[in-house]
Design a protein around this ligand. Structure first.
Ligand code: ADP
Ligand code: ZN
Length: 750
């Protein structure tokens, strides 16, 4: 039978108020404020519809000639002729959102300087939300025997017997029985098969939050106890769970998830990479007896809708997902885990610019929930917060079982004198050979997709660039094309130089993983080589299969970009060779040292994850560089302390605050003119002690044909930066086609 719809609940529950403690009810005709997803940055007044509606309900309202979706945000403002106020058209079939979620969206919008409608759109990205409660026909076994039994009919009945009292959709049943749908329909007519209507969006299977099947080590147990206690307190708190790869962080935070589920509250686990979800799902299924709900770009529309609704109604206990899962309307969220919390993919870099790690903390603090930030190499921000006592810090210092952290060493490339077009040093090659002979795996790490980063004309020195961006095009031999990594534009690799017209002198310069693959094949004939690079796999499933194949011994040598650094487990891998450890240290990015440190430690952590000891070798032209030294020395506390001291000395994040402002337009003059005017009219910023730097051409001065100019605003940690930025930006009238975006706490400068 169909469950009650929210329209029905509006009348059912208004007396008991069992839907949610903080729900206010508006009687029919009451004046209410509705926030819509249309670009109007405040709630509009409407009258509550027939039957009334809850505060927080999703509704459809008339706006001019259109019907749009909105959320009942509070009482209306009134103060004018009430006869002119239009009525809400209908209440949608979705659970009303709580005051906590409305508060979260409001605060997140204020923090990121995002207009409320855009924030609401982010929170309502569920297809078919406005559709009437959707039903589907399902088929189960009846108790009438058909008058005439055929083979096909028997197969259908057997299929249904096999699944006990459960049901199938028509297509599923026909397919599973190998019959046409008319056979099923015939059985329905006879009463041998029953046809029923059920809601399409069903709750997810219940998880059983028992105890870990493992005996936790003393260290793990201590951490798990603290986390469980945090959950039991039902209050807000953030823990930084630090532990080398393989130390059991996941095992430990699943204990917190179990405690949360046992309390009847919901939990959310954020992962930085879709490719990691399936491994995690399997683990959850083993631990809790069923799979959790999944939320990311690889999930079908129907499932997204189901997850969105069930999260609101409490029919999904655990969600595993990408950063946008933070905006799902959880009914009673008790825990958010941010796994690999340092990962840069938690920062959304277009549209609404937010950092999921920070928003997780905000959301939890409003929901009385706990946050667990897990990482082997935390961000400096989180490390500083743990040092200052703002976060709880929990350390797992040892790998589980026999696994040891790999031994690390540098290979001084200045002494290697490699011929042109070669990147694997003699020393590294020797180590790979040793692994080949021992039947162990090696990983060669190079954070560059494609074949070669530069295509150069040897006649005139021209480098082939993108027509739309200020970026060189990267040759992808696999695709047989040049690709712009900024905008994705591609073109065929030419024979003739587009600049000087000379034929046959274009040459690839520098290595990408594909080119490294060629060198590897030449150096180690007979070895099976696998390349793991995000662009070589059409889907996360294909990538997952490749990863599984490698883990099962399908390759002797793995060549990978940063995708391999993220949590995949290759038990037989005992050597990691970093082709260019200096790569991330070039450029002037504030976080270059931190990023390189994290990435190198993460990659090295792929080595020696099981019984066999691992080695990590870093090819570098500057072995005495302090960051390289810190990576090799492995004294992470010392590294963070030094890095923190440097940032503190110059008032940079996390000790000061930054906002990046990017102006972009096809008209180069317009962006510089406005940039100059903005730098000059900085009164609202100066009032809070903030400084403006720029305008300057952005590091990538043109993307997709738009010229880009950037300004940087720097302020004290305690300065009320956002209101000042808003007041500052409001002063200017933007010319047509000029876009202004403000990035609070920018992570990258491009
Ligand atoms: P991390 O998340 O820190 O990389 P995991 O939780 O994935 O570490 O643990 C690494 C491996 O060790 C996993 O296969 C996990 O099942 C196993 N493991 C961790 N702790 C224990 C334990 N106490 N008993 C048995 N196996 C464990
Ligand atoms: Zn481009």
């Amino acid at each position: 039978m169909a469950g009650p719809t929210w329209q029905m609940l509006t009348t059912m529950d208004r007396h008991t108020n069992s839907v949610d403690q903080d729900l206010t009810f508006f009687e029919e005709g009451a004046l209410i404020g509705v926030l819509t997803t249309q670009p109007i940055d405040r709630p509009l007044d409407y009258k509550a519809p027939e039957g009334g509606c809850f505060l927080g309900a999703f509704v459809e309202v008339p706006l001019g000639p259109r019907k749009v979706m909105g959320v009942v945000w509070g009482p209306g403002e009134g103060g004018y002729d009430l006869k002119k106020v239009r009525s809400v058209l209908r209440v949608l079939d979705a659970a009303p959102i709580s005051g906590g979620i409305r508060e979260f969206l409001t605060r997140a919008a204020a923090y990121t300087l995002t207009p409320m409608p855009a924030m609401l759109r982010l929170a309502t990205r569920s297809p078919g939300l406005g559709n009437p409660p959707s039903m589907q026909k399902v088929y189960r076994l009846g108790n009438v025997t058909p008058d005439r039994m055929t083979d096909a009919r028997r197969r259908v009945l057997e299929t249904l017997q096999d699944i006990g009292g459960l049901s199938y959709t028509l297509n599923e049943l026909a397919e599973a029985s190998g019959v046409t749908s008319s056979v099923v329909k015939g059985l329905v007519k006879q009463g041998a098969v029953l046809e029923e209507n059920t809601p399409r969006d069903l709750p997810f299977p219940r998880l059983s939050p028992g105890h870990s099947e493992y005996d936790l080590t003393a260290e793990q147990d201590a951490a798990a106890k603290v986390l469980r206690k945090g959950i039991a307190s039902k209050t807000y708190g953030t823990s930084l769970l630090r532990g080398v790869t393989g130390s059991g962080k996941t095992e430990v935070y699943l204990e917190a998830v179990a405690e949360c589920l046992a309390q009847g509250r919901q939990a959310l686990v954020l992962l930085p990479e879709i490719a990691l979800t399936s491994e995690f799902l399997t683990r959850v299924e083993k631990r809790f007896g069923a799979q959790p709900a999944e939320w990311h770009s690889g999930v079908t529309m129907t499932t997204r809708r189901r997850v969105w609704k069930m999260v609101g109604e409490g029919g999904a206990q655990l969600v595993v997902g990408a950063r946008s899962a933070l905006f799902l309307p959880f009914r009673d969220l008790g825990l958010i885990v941010v796994d690999e919390e340092h990962d840069t993919s938690y920062k959304q870099e277009d549209g609404v610019l937010y950092n999921a790690r920070d928003m997780a903390v905000l959301r939890a603090s409003l929901a009385g929930a706990q946050v667990i930030l897990a990482s082997a190499t935390p961000s400096l921000e989180s490390w500083v917060n743990a040092q200052s006592g703002k976060y709880r810090r929990l350390d797992l210092t040892r790998r589980f079982g026999a696994a040891q952290m790999p031994e690390m060493a540098a290979i001084d490339m200045r002494a290697e004198a490699l011929p042109a077009g070669r990147w694997i040093s003699e020393e590294l090659a020797r180590e790979v050979r040793t692994r080949l002979n021992a039947g162990e795996q090696s990983l060669l790490f190079l954070n560059r997709r494609g074949y070669a980063p530069v295509t150069l004309c040897r006649a005139c020195g021209h480098q082939i660039g993108c027509d739309e961006c200020d970026a060189r095009m990267v040759e992808h031999r696999f695709l047989k094309r040049l690709v712009c990594h900024q905008c994705g534009a591609t073109k065929p690799v030419p024979n003739v130089c587009p600049s000087c017209g000379v034929d046959g002198r274009l040459a690839p310069v520098g290595p990408g993983v594909e080119r490294l693959g060629e060198e590897t094949a030449e150096l180690f004939p007979g070895a099976r080589v696998a390349i793991l690079s995000s662009d070589l796999f059409g889907s996360s499933r294909a990538l997952k299969e490749a990863v599984e194949d490698i883990a099962n011994g399908g390759a002797n040598i793995v060549i990978g970009t940063q995708i391999v650094a993220k949590g995949h487990n290759f038990p037989n891998l005992t050597l990691v060779g970093v082709i260019d450890a200096d790569l991330g240290l070039q450029g002037s990015d504030l976080r270059a040292a931190e990023r390189t440190f994290q990435l190198m430690r993460q990659v090295a952590g792929r080595s020696g994850r099981a019984e066999k000891a691992g080695v990590a070798l870093l090819q570098t032209y500057q072995p005495e560089h302090p960051v390289i030294q810190a990576i090799l020395g492995g004294d992470e506390e010392a590294f963070w302390q030094a890095e923190a001291a440097e940032r503190r000395a110059v008032g940079m994040p996390p000790f000061g605050r930054l906002a990046g402002v990017v102006l972009s337009s096809p008209d180069v003059q317009a962006v510089f003119d406005l940039g100059t005017e903005m730098a000059r009219s900085d009164e609202p910023l100066r009032r809070v002690g903030a400084q403006v730097f720029g305008p300057a051409p952005a590091p990538i001065a043109r993307i997709r044909g738009r010229h880009r100019v950037r300004l940087l605003v720097k302020a004290d940690k305690t300065a009320p930066l956002q209101p000042a930025l808003a007041a500052w930006a409001r002063q200017f009238k933007l010319p047509a086609n000029l876009r202004l975006s403000i990035d609070i706490d920018p992570q990258t400068f491009f």
